[in-house]
Design a protein around this ligand. Structure first.
Ligand SMILES: [Zn+2]
Length: 185
């Protein structure tokens, strides 16, 4: 999945956890980190396993500071969101090293109308052996029109949450009121 969507979703998760804006932005970058495997000529590699972020979830239990616990939880969820989004997008080794296969979640639904309407839905997990090799070339989209639209809308909605909600932002723009900046902790 494209970097902007990974950023936007991790950013939104951090905002839901009420992290400060600077931490939420940093968490957005954590959402992109697993794709840095391309620097090593790997794509959808073991950095996409969902197990490390799940293990990270256990760490907050060992920490007394609620601030550190909140950050660890946000890093864990931001990282896990990347693995899950790639899992529904294409084959991803989400269970490495427990499984040496790549998995893809396929959800399909369709509406058929003739004499009577008919709705069909299916949920399937496909699998294939994980390819440990490096690539000689990579041809992957960085941006798509749908990804840009959804990503920017999500970032705008998340940012508005830091400034008192969408209504407050619109009032600021159209009525020129001062924005009450929300102090997330
Ligand atoms: Zn990825």
């Amino acid at each position: 999945m494209e970097p902007l969507l990974h950023f936007a979703i991790a950013f939104a998760i951090a905002a839901l956890l009420r992290l400060k804006l600077k931490w939420a932005l940093a968490l957005g970058l954590v959402g992109i980190l697993p794709d840095f495997d391309v620097l090593f000529f790997l794509h959808r590699s073991v950095s996409h396993s969902i197990l490390p972020p799940l293990l990270l979830l256990a760490l907050p239990l060992l920490w007394r500071s609620s601030r550190v616990r909140g950050l660890l939880l946000a890093v864990s969820l931001g990282w896990a969101s990347h693995s899950f989004l790639d899992f529904i997008d294409d084959y991803t080794p989400i269970l490495f090293p427990i499984s040496s296969k790549s998995y893809k979640l396929v959800f399909e639904s369709s509406l058929f109308i003739k004499s009577q309407p008919f709705v069909s839905m299916s949920l399937t997990v496909l699998e294939k052996p994980y390819n440990y090799g490096v690539f000689t070339y990579l041809d992957a989209p960085i941006f798509t029109a749908g990804g840009i639209a959804i990503g920017l809308i999500l970032i705008a909605l998340t940012l508005s949450a830091y400034y008192g909600g969408l209504r407050s932002v619109l009032e600021k723009i159209f009525l020129r009121k001062d924005l009450p900046r929300k102090a997330a902790s």
